[in-house]
Design a protein around this ligand. Sequence first.
Ligand code: ITT
Length: 197
Amino acid sequence: MTLVFATNNINKVKEIRSALEAGFEIISLKEAGIDKEIPEPHDTLEANATEKSKTIFELTGRDCFSEDTGLEVDALGGAPGVKSARYANGEPQYADNIAKLLDKMKGIANRKARFRTVISLIMNGKETLFEGVCEGHITEERIGTEGFGYDPIFIPEGAGQTFAEMPLDEKKKMSHRTRALVQLIDWLKKEQQPAAG
Ligand code: ITT
């Protein structure tokens, strides 16, 4: 089964590809010949994910999915959340976003946070949503060079290191994105089974 993945983020493509099972393939927007900035105007991950998948479905007419991810920090009332990509100065700059977050968290003891991923799948023209969550906490400083985004300042629950200190194979085992993807794949497998009786 082949799906178009409605994202311009190559790190997401890399992660989803590495977590896919045999029999499932994804085509990135670039590979589908689409060069388009996908709008994310809404104030929930769900609404943005829907906007992205619908935009690409309307363009291609193909089965596709998108995902929207946010880092929700308890002490900041859930920020940066849906604004994670453009937290600092409205630009998608990973280093600036991290600097702003660490600054806001200075002196705060409660460092609990979570990544939340929402996937919007459009299959045969009909939408289904999936969610994956990874609980953890925010470090005092950036550590590690792997991954992307907020990975250098996020330690997942039960792990002794940040996502940016882990090879992709490790992050994959516990990440929000993998958890959402597993649900998507389970759903697709059930859809593919012939109806009983
Ligand atoms: P698309 O909308 O094209 O898919 P994007 O980079 O704009 O790509 P999001 O809107 O989902 O993606 O932005 C979420 C931001 O959250 C992203 O820019 C990163 O800074 C951060 N982020 C998402 N997933 C992450 C992960 O697994 N680890 C660390 N940071 C992540």
